[in-house]
Design a protein around this ligand. Sequence first.
Ligand SMILES: [Zn+2]
Length: 268
Amino acid sequence: MTVWIDTHCHLNEEAFSPDLNEVVERAVAAGVRPMLVVGCTLASSRRAVELASQFPSLYAAVGIQPNYVAEAQPGDFVEIEELSRQPKVVAIGETGLDRYWDFAPIDLQREYFVRHIELSRARSLPFIVHCREAEADTVAVLREQAQQGPLQGVMHSFSGDLETARACWELGLYVSFAGMVTFKRNDSLRQVAKVVPADRILVETDSPYLLPSPVKNDKGPKRNEPAHVRYTANHLAEVRGVSQEEFAAQTTANARRLFPFDDVHLPG
Ligand SMILES: [Zn+2]
């Protein structure tokens, strides 16, 4: 069976509380493991760590997403730093910059972004970047940070242009694609996905968001889930002209190079 890693999902969100066990079982049955559960606030980061301790196939990332930095309390980031020492925490984030929503001043977002990158360096864990309509600002922060030492991270749910993608992989980052790349109107994003180097590309669901088109057309549920990662991945394999098996092997190797998952000896 083809195995995929879902490098970004939010099983810590309310949308999954009624049937989380079934969601995880469906994913594992579909060959999706491990799954990285990403925090957006202190509370959701705590929940991610808790889920990772309960489910062998789940890992956690802890951080405060740019749209939530204005409402974060003064001690929250200190607790994120503490949480990042917990077992099965394999990344810092999500962090980054967002000019689409107007939930937090950009300077405050930038301050948190830098703190997350510094934490990533202190813990030797990669960071996860959320970037929405703030590509130039994001690349500027990354270039500045690259002066301090090598960057280990991923541009998650990438939606920018080729110039941004190239700047990121040249800085040492990975570029990850979610369901958006399957949307009919997103030809330009597919052109970017086509040329990302084979050793730098990742796949994710960003579930419960960004349901891939093939599932949508099935008149299936509106909620996305990790089992659906293969729809996006198979679409990307086709765009890149490689077999599904080859693309699964590439993206799995990439995810394991970036994130310190230690599940390789677990059964199933
Ligand atoms: Zn996310």
